[in-house]
Design a protein around this ligand. Sequence first.
Ligand code: HEM
Length: 459
Amino acid sequence: MTLPPKPPAREEGRVSLWRYTRLFRQDILSAQPARLYRAWMAEFRTPFFRSYLCNQPDLVDLVLKQRPDDFPKSDRIREGLAPLLGNSVFVTNGETWKRQRRIIDPSFEGGRLRDTFPAMLAAGQGAVARLQGKADGEPIEIEAEASHAAADVIFRTLFSIPIEDEVASAVFHKFREHQRAQPVLNLGALVPLPRWFPRFHRRGARRTAKEIRALITRLTAHRMTEIKAARAPDDLATKIMTTADPLTGERFDTEEMVDQVAIFFLAGHETSASALAWALYLLALYPEWQDRVAVEVLAAIGQEAPDFSDIARLRQTRDVFRETLRLYPPVPMMVRETTCPERLRDRDVPPRAQIVLSPWHQHRHERLWDKPDAFDPERFDTPDGREALRCAYMPFSAGQRVCPGAGFAMIEGVLLLALLVRAYRFDIVPDRPAMPVAHLTVRGRDGIWLRITPRGRAA
Ligand code: HEM
């Protein structure tokens, strides 16, 4: 059976820092050797830094769950992302980060997810309607559609505005421009190069970051006025801006809220869009699974609009989405830093070394998963699959810094997949196969192309 696309690994053996950086600049996934799919831990030494990639579940557990405060995010991550993200929860550490999470987390709890469901549904229905004009069997690039849909979800749930809103649409388009100006945003974050090393920062990226922040400031300042006048809609932005830290009583001011909105937009739409696009690609590659999803959705909700409780009944759709997140984790690698001497496996690791946790490698690890490169949504029903799910599956990270949007994203992903597959049939375009590369998230090297036809009028 055909395997889902996987980038070729680079040749084994040492490569110079220049070559590594060049490979890295092209794509972090194919810059790595194949042994990382078998290794428990791998060390990279360069004249400037040491880096340790950890795949062994108990090492990952140590870093993310047991002693997370001893393995913070490095300042370089903040450095690389500061123009756009300021002091957002994604880049802070220590007490500032803890306070920010205490304010943000309650907005993503189960009850609140139920409240945001109608806004997600409206975005999903919008995506189905948008594709109507394009469902003529001609190849279309599905990542762009998925990004549009995921951005719509964020604006509707956060600010109760659709993507067609003037400011929302401007943020979305500026953001695309920003990525074109700085497509390897995470390079600086992942490789702690010395200051004299060329950074590939581009002036255009600073300008677009500033423009995006100015637009977001308009949204948050307006919302602050509405909150003060007691006429704000009851959405995620209002909830986050009115929640006081239970320990200090502090709330986010407008400036700090701009930082958070920027990361919600970035972390919340790029990732979900990547997952949705790959899920549709996998369903096109495995049409028997696409039919199973369509049958399940029709049996559970027919042609009706689903409600929140229907999502839990779409188990096969959820397993397809879960398997997509395993094969194409939108955030392929995460980086932490040691703060004191550590002994990891049989190695002494100095302070300020980089610890790389790689969902990409762990999810395809040959010693942790059965047939790691195969698409098999049923694997989660087997004892081995359940065990691997427990100890070697981290698309949303784990521990105290786990993605606060994980529950949100699992509902959004299943809902959008269900609505799209109920309405349309997705087929691959044989002369345009997709190949994953890691940009800010895992994307198709030349996009992800599919043909779409209304379901029932198969191509
Ligand atoms: C399929 C969708 C998503 C995936 C795979 C995903 C994955 C992740 C991962 C792996 C991290 C940890 C990164 C690190 O530690 O370096 C993270 C953090 C984060 N995510 Fe998500 N995410 C998704 C959707 C969302 C959504 C929908 C939101 C918000 C609406 C969101 C908001 C955040 C925030 C604010 C953080 C920073 C948390 C912190 O550092 O304390 N994510 N996400």
